[in-house]
Design a protein around this ligand. Sequence first.
Ligand code: F6P
Length: 526
Amino acid sequence: MQARGKGILPLFAQNPDRAQDFSVRFDGMLLDYSKTHLDIAARDALIALARQRDVEGRRAAMFEGAEINETEGRAVLHTALRNLDGGPVIVGGGDVMPGVRETLMRMGSFAGAVRSGAFKGAGGSITDVVNIGIGGSHLGPEMAVRALSPYHDGPRCHFVSNVDGADITDVLDGLDPKRTLILVASKTFTTIETMTNAATAHAWMASEVADPGAQFAALSSARAKTAEFGIDDSRVFGFEDWVGGRYSIWGPIGLSLMIAIGSERFDAFLRGAETMDSHFRAAPLAQNMPVMLALVGMWHHQACGFATRAVLPYDQRLSQLPSYLQQLEMESNGKGVAMDGRTLSGVSGPVVWGQPGTNGQHAFYQLIHQGTAVIPCEFLVAACGHEESLKHHHQLLLANCLAQSEALMRGRALDTARALMKTAGFSGDECERQARHRVFAGGRPSTTLIYDLLSPRRLGQIIALYEHRVFVEGVILGINSFDQWGVELGKDLARDMVKLLAGDVDKDKDGSTRQLLDFARGHSCT
Ligand code: F6P
């Protein structure tokens, strides 16, 4: 709580080099965390905490394939999927890299065939690809496909995730089943939403295509189940249990992205992530971008008690990044029990939310600037846009991003507001009253990640940056960032609830749930 209410601007007066001292640069990216309350002593203490919690040891264990996902008895090796230039990665006595390379090559030749038209649907070359998946089998590909739209030169890609029939209805509406490829993306191939949507897509295709299974591919670890569904093994792209769902964009779950942008650009995406991995493994903690992003996060939610953080990409093509990070961060670090089974003594990871600027400015920034809760803001912006003929748009976008972080830090004092109101013609009590509404407390922290252009390589780096940030925060919190037991109870109860909606007698339900069930059952549509 010590940082609340203190100014940030005076820190720049005390240290003219503050901007450089409180920034990390890596490969053309700049993470500026100087607009926070962190001072040298606090930063040193955070780095000491990271050392004391053995971030370096856990990091080595992760990259070396140790079973750091202790509650599921698994290694955590999504980094192996992008270890294109690295050496062997040993799991259970065997090198996993030959398998990783083979799957990548199979993906490349399938994606190439879909893109070139060599792979055909019943009506000719594929014009549309629909990825059916949810959570980690949806959020990453959807986010990345949208982010890299300037690089698309393959068939159109669409995404279905929600079990709400509205989702698949709207996505399939207007598509030609004879020229559509369905990717069923599910690590387990049991997720009820995905399997329900996959069955609906199959029926949709079967209405016009004699062999609908031939236009399906599966991105899954569960070969027996994909075979049972009727998908030929040649179109099943598997991955191992050491790739967690929310970390799976780098392998088969990224197939829609590969089809959209081609395997060479997908390779650049992987290589970008690989450079971030190398940086994360080698850079000293104080110059380590993921580590410092994590420590700033820890400072805000653990030391300062700020319960949420806003992710604010000034990049419309990163519109899905906040949703993607919600799963990455909150499914990973939203845990109440430490690795050793003890209840966490402090708070777990923060609530993550946000949407792109400048849209958010016209929606929720009022609260960020003048509300009573302090919300650390994490801005992301590219120095350049892809739209050569619309440079003035990009200048405005950049200007707004930089202005917001300055405004949050600088604020507007009562005296300044009074002067403004006097100039506007107010006087006396009314001037005072009007002025008070125009005061900005200032001293509101933010970080800014600025980079040249959102290219495939840059996107790979940015996602890997956040993955490692989550890892570091999880290690410091002492939790397992790689399981997700908290999603199970709701799934179990939903299975029962389906039977109750169908007419089973409800035993043991509370009054509220019974009332809601009765209401729903009272409508002939259920
Ligand atoms: O919601 C829980 C979860 O297991 C996520 O972790 C995962 O990303 C998602 O469901 C989808 O799982 P699957 O890929 O097995 O369908």
